[in-house]
Design a protein around this ligand. Sequence first.
Ligand code: SF4
Length: 426
Amino acid sequence: MVPAALPWPVPVRGPANAGFIPAADRAAAAWNAPLPPGWTPTPFREFVLKVASRCNLDCDYCYVYHLADQSWRAQPRFMTDETAAATADRVAEHVRTHELEFVNFRLHGGEPLLAGQDRLRRIVRILRERLTPLTEVTVTVQTNGVLLDEPMAAFLLKEDIGVGISLDGDRYANDLHRTYADGRSSYDEVVAAIRMMQRPEFRSHFLGLLCTIQLEADPAQVWGELLRLGVEGADFLLPHGTWENPPPGLTPGDGRTPYADWLIPLFDSWFDAPIRQLSVRTFESLVHLLLGGVGAHESFGLAPVALVVVESDGSYEQVDTLKAVGQGAAASGRTVFTDPLDALFDVPAFVQRQLGLHGLSAECHRCEVVATCGAGLFPHRYRPGGGFTNPTVFCADQYALIVHIQRRVEEALERRGTTLAAVRAG
Ligand code: SF4
């Protein structure tokens, strides 16, 4: 049974004494060092809900099941209605405190569609019933696609849930890692799901593809596959790793830039296309930042990260990709049942993700592309002893990619009779 809404206003539970503690005071105490003048915490607007903690594929690079943190084993298989209701009430509390105009929920896993239509319907309706009177609510799901049949697609459309699908490119690229536990390919089922989501009745809710970069795969083949599929949007994700456990094919400090080398030809194909057939989030974000924009997404730039993960048992975590770092690295020690979202500003890493340049390493401070790079995704900065105050383990790659994109943008602007400095100033 769904419990009644939390009373409002809920007294914020401090670490040592009861009573309301403003988020800024919590953050200052947690950081325990001077904060930038005028800095205030950014309220959370992006909520990743782990509605299912297990998966029906066994991708061998998955940060949830195959990297350092094995805490999924202790999680309930599915998020309950009670946990969804407590989450909704905590978000409502946060919306009221910070007068937020919108929030976004991403249904995630494991594989979120394993939760089934009935459970997902209940969870989404609980969220919307408690939050839509207060703020704008969007809900999306990121799925591996193998359970995305027509009834499921019709359900997601009816519940107004946007759909992102994970596919690593062509059949070869995808089947390098995205397989069932017995090694069977997932490719045909995922492509069938993509084709279905492209049908006129579902297209409005298809958000595009997420492709994790596989260095063994030919980038031209991957690009060709995305164009052949005719998807409108995609993004390329770096695989996870840290300075302690580098990602596949990367030896930090050896002077090679394999991920930049993989991405640069794709950027050029994208940038030089006479008609842009495909929106690529990473490329658009980097160009946006280079032109002087802010707040692209959590992988780049210096904008504060406003994302919280809610595990299926209701515990708050930072970005779930922190599971790549080590056992418990993503844990906050706080839950939707016991703590308001503002209590996350008691956790130094949550504060550090919002400090922009102030939270970065001395090396990044000296770097000419820091405003665009932002030291990359938070977990990729981890080094034992130095925590997260390091460049990303992809430093050389990100530098090479950004410098290349900057050169291409400058050339394009020059042909139009202007400069990057002029655009940034304007
Ligand atoms: S390229 Fe390297 S040094 Fe420069 S901001 Fe990025 S991570 Fe830091």
